[in-house]
Design a protein around this ligand. Sequence first.
Ligand code: ZN
Length: 394
Amino acid sequence: MSFQANREAAEQYVKPKFERKIGRYGGRRSGPLVIFIGGIHGNEPAGVFALRNVMKALNEKNPRFEGEVIALAGNTRALNKGLRYLDTDLNRAWLPEQVRNLKLKAGKTVEVSEETEQLELLAEIETAIGANRQEVYILDLHTTSSDGAPFSIISDTLTNRHIAQELGVPIILGIEESIDGTILNYINDLGYAALGFEAGQHDALTSVENHEAIIWLSLAFIGCLSTNDIPNMASLRKRLIKASNGLPRFLEVRYRHAIAESDEFAMDPGFRNFHPVKKNQAIAKDRTGEVKTNEDGFLFMPLYQKLGDDGFFLVREVKPFWMKVSEVARRMKFDRALPLLPGVSRLKGAKDSLVIDTRIAHWFVLEICHLLGFRKHYQTTGRLIVSRRKQQEL
Ligand SMILES: [Zn+2]
């Protein structure tokens, strides 16, 4: 079902259309701080609509709430124009060095629309977190240009994993090996829990409904709300499980097809998110001809819109058995033994990073690093640096 027409009609009388602060609730009792961000991509308003609905319901019903929830809109200027972004992608500018440089521009005239957005968003987040917050969760709500089941994207820390697992949607690991500078990576590196959710196609009404389910359920699992205070708790979870019916619980990113405008990349029609594909299957075209897959797996986030530099990803299942093994191994701090493997050493001065000599180390060393939460950080000839996200001890 499309709500494009209704959306345009509705927006006529919702003025101003998109503002940074969507709402907040709680704050009277101690507890976690949960920050939701909707529409960091301006053509993805479903998260904002869902947040408005949930904030309205909370403020009307006034249930007991541990901690506080704050709902923010991401790229307000792009949201108001219905575009992914105006000048640059707001979800690719969060490398620590970029953020440091950006902060120097605070209070000055900024030419790039997304720099203004980022400064405003950053100020809201930093004010909310303040000096004394211990338990912070940031949840970033997105939608995709293709059709398909809802899913979560996380950096592989145990805290992130546990929340995402409770929601019953597929969990995608390892995207940080392919995409730099997302807000989730930035927040994770500050030591807080950060999870991304994709609810379905940009303009589908079900995407708003899926996001609402995700918001309510995560507030319950984080411990802010009692499940009794959530309208239709059982049906919300059922809805998410049904939407991702048949898909593996855990998948990891194996390949990213990066594109530039000059590639003239175009997906072939008819592919959904998580469409199963075979090796060497033609799935798109570009200036040089057919684009084929390089291994079996599931197609992930195929691009059916103009703006964006990820043509598609390939993901494959990680068996729950291995996820369990990795949880046990992490609890037993097996990572301490990693430097005993041939070709692996600690990176000096960086507790959460390792150097892998790719001329010595076996192929499975990287797999073991993955299990223990270390992901590729950067690579030079013969040398691979892997890092893991700081773990929030909860
Ligand atoms: Zn997005």
